[in-house]
Design a protein around this ligand. Structure first.
Ligand SMILES: O=C(O)CCC(=O)C(=O)O
Ligand SMILES: [Fe+2]
Length: 413
């Protein structure tokens, strides 16, 4: 057995290899709706640049409108072009539709920089716009926290054609290189970002061609505000216990099957374009509770589209909405067509005792389908002659139930 000292040395050696990134970087897509920048130099004449398609003239005009960028030394702003050569515009002279707070970037950055999912709210506050033209750079520095709640900086590199301007980070003798020019050269237009703790040394390598345009934000912890939410009854635990009892009974779906739940709330999906896995992320109140309770007893839950045929045809479950626009004429009944056309394995016919087919999926509906999410689709039915027919679709939650002998241990009370 290793001695105490060896264990300690081993831990220290492992920890010295522990090389976590002191920053979080990536790309964020831009759209017409969030890519405009408005600025003014004389408060009477505003200009706009949409960064999904900026022109060279617009970018040079923006560069012209900037002043030489200073940097902070001992709480003072210093201008020294041998240390930092770049243009800056103060936040009062421009407005941007791009909002890291609204895009959900802050939660993602928080998750990466602070391992523990900190409950502490954070916010990005717009600080400056910078333009680095050919030959511009910023030598190695740390950022000056502007208050005791500021913990870092966020730099958004907007998509303009340029070369160089890599962001280099150094911490504890390790160095990292973020090639932001490359990251913004992709199509469709996307901005690059890097968020880092204020005390991480960083520099901007010289821009060798084009203009590098950045928005910088200060990252703050919000001072905790006490928010008390009126308690809502929590029935999840008793639901879990009772569902677990249902599953423990070996006579219940002995060969496996599924639990079906109609939805309580209406969701704004579009069968032409919405992905059903997105619907799963939008579940409200009791619909979300069903997912949680099923997952708590180890059942996998999916949102499925359910389509019904004529009475004798039965119903079918699909992993995705079926696109009726391109389906052409349906020669068979609608259910057979859906089973045939939808991607292999993703369509399942629901078991119907009248139409005995043991391979169909046995679904026990624990909450009947409602009416709120029902939608209607038309298709061309082909009989003696082609005619327009309709089918109704709905969205439901389906929890897959393993056979009784496989679920004994996973649904403990
Ligand atoms: O433009 C950048 O990438 C970083 C700028 C920077 O370090 C700063 O403004 O403090
Ligand atoms: Fe900096």
């Amino acid at each position: 057995m290793a001695s105490g000292n060896e264990n300690i040395s081993e831990f220290m050696a492992k920890f010295s290899e522990y090389n976590d990134l002191p920053y979080c970087s990536g790309v964020v897509s831009l759209s017409e709706a969030n890519a405009s920048l408005f600025y003014t130099t004389d408060l009477s004449n505003a200009k706009v640049i949409n960064f999904t398609e900026p022109t060279q003239e617009q970018i040079s005009a923006l560069a012209q409108a900037c002043q030489p960028a200073t940097f902070g030394v001992n709480q003072q702003d210093v201008l020294d072009e041998s240390y930092r050569k770049a243009g800056k515009m103060d936040a009062e002279n421009f407005a941007t539709q791009f909002s890291p707070n609204d895009l959900g970037m802050i939660a993602i950055i928080k998750g990466h920089l602070f391992r523990e999912r900190s409950e502490q709210p954070m916010r990005a506050e717009l600080y400056k716009l910078n333009v680095y033209g050919p030959g511009a750079f910023f030598k190695s520095h740390v950022d000056t926290p502007r208050s005791d709640t500021m913990f870092g900086s966020l730099v958004i590199i907007l998509p303009t054609v340029h070369e160089g301007g890599n962001l280099i980070f150094r911490h504890d003798d390790n160095e990292w290189n973020f090639e932001s020019a490359k990251a913004v050269s992709m199509s469709p237009p996307q901005a690059a970002f890097a968020a880092f703790f204020s005390d991480v040394e960083h520099k901007v390598l010289p821009v060798t061609a084009g203009y590098r345009v950045t928005l910088t934000y200060n990252l703050y912890f919000e001072k905790a505000t006490e928010i008390i939410v009126c308690p809502a009854p929590n029935v999840d635990e008793s639901l879990r216990v009772s569902l677990s009892r249902v599953l423990k009974d070996p006579a219940f779906l002995p060969d496996g099957g599924a639990l079906g739940f109609g939805l309580s709330y209406k969701y704004p999906f579009d069968p032409q374009s919405t992905s059903l896995s997105d619907v799963l992320g939008w579940l409200k109140g009791p619909d979300a509770a069903i997912k949680q309770v099923c997952e708590a007893v180890s059942l996998k839950v999916a949102a499925k589209a359910i389509y019904g045929g004529q009475e004798e045809e039965g119903t079918v479950l699909l992993d995705q909405f079926y696109n009726f626009t391109y389906s052409g004429e349906m020669e068979e009944g609608i259910v057979d067509c859906l089973l045939f056309h939808s991607k292999k394995g993703t369509a399942q016919k629901i078991y119907d005792p009248e139409d005995y087919n043991p391979s169909d999926l046995h679904v026990v509906w624990l909450k009947p389908l409602g009416r709120v999410n029902k939608f209607k689709e038309s298709y061309i039915a082909y009989g003696n002659q082609a005619s327009l027919d309709y089918t109704y679709g709905d969205v439901c939650l389906i929890a897959t139930v393993p056979p009784a002998n496989e679920r004994a241990s996973s649904s403990a009370e």
